[in-house]
Design a protein around this ligand. Sequence first.
Ligand code: RUB
Length: 298
Amino acid sequence: MSVSETAEKINSMEVRGALRIAVEAARALEEELVNGASYDELVRAGDVLRDARPTAVSLPNSINYVLHLAESHKDNDPVVAKPMLLADISDFISKLEGSLDKIAEYGANLIEEGDVLLTICNSHTVTEIMKRAWADGKRFKVYACETRPRLQGHITVKDLQATGVDVTLIVDSAAYHTMIHKDVKKVFVGADTVYSNGDVINKIGTSQVALTAKHSGAEFIVCTSSIKFSPFSVHGEVVEIEERDASEVAELPGVKVFNPAFDITPKEHVNMIVTEDGVIPPEAAYQVLKDRFGWSLG
Ligand code: RUB
């Protein structure tokens, strides 16, 4: 897919979910390079992709890493440098995709026979964990919030149901009632951005679910590849919380609508974060950033 097509698909949410966005952005830059783009053209392509959606830090992280690789080859003979750079980008994409496998393994270990789980939105990372646990022979129930206004919960339900997982759809406002009356033990959610202090940004409604999980005694587990940790937050930068069109919420002419697409869950409500490097407390976010993003932190 070309850079402009990829940017358009990310913007329209045809390509969505923070990990997939990171992978597709890297692929678009890879294709640009195959088609003969110079370093400066790659930088401009990166700008176009970066502007596609504001909140998931996996997008700038992925673009910046590919550009970092390109910069390190910039002054070398292109005949030698280009294949090396393409191999490096391909390796980066494989590692991004491969991170899911480790997270699925570690996350599935956290699910116990007879558990009742709850999730919100559609995180590929979370569904991989649940499918892995089910394939391991564990039997449990999942409640999936429908996730107004874009109903990504429907994707979650269809995906889990197709692999036989016992999943039930609920409206978002039923989350607390379900936690109490169906004895939810663990909440699994994905992430779009993890700050250096351990706060987590994910789909709107996640922070309410975290609050109710804390109140009802359920564990709140965030599942994310390290590409979603924000090196910018080390320097005090915050991400923009995307606000989407009012028409997603309601077609009511003249009525004011506030439609934020994401929210921030404070680290105090997060029991653990499952990454490809293991299960960590939110307080370890800065360590992940030092280990994984040393190249950009300087
Ligand atoms: C998606 C969302 C997902 C995270 C993690 O929001 O909030 O929970 O991106 O997904 P949107 P994954 O639908 O607005 O993109 O685990 O697949 O990276």
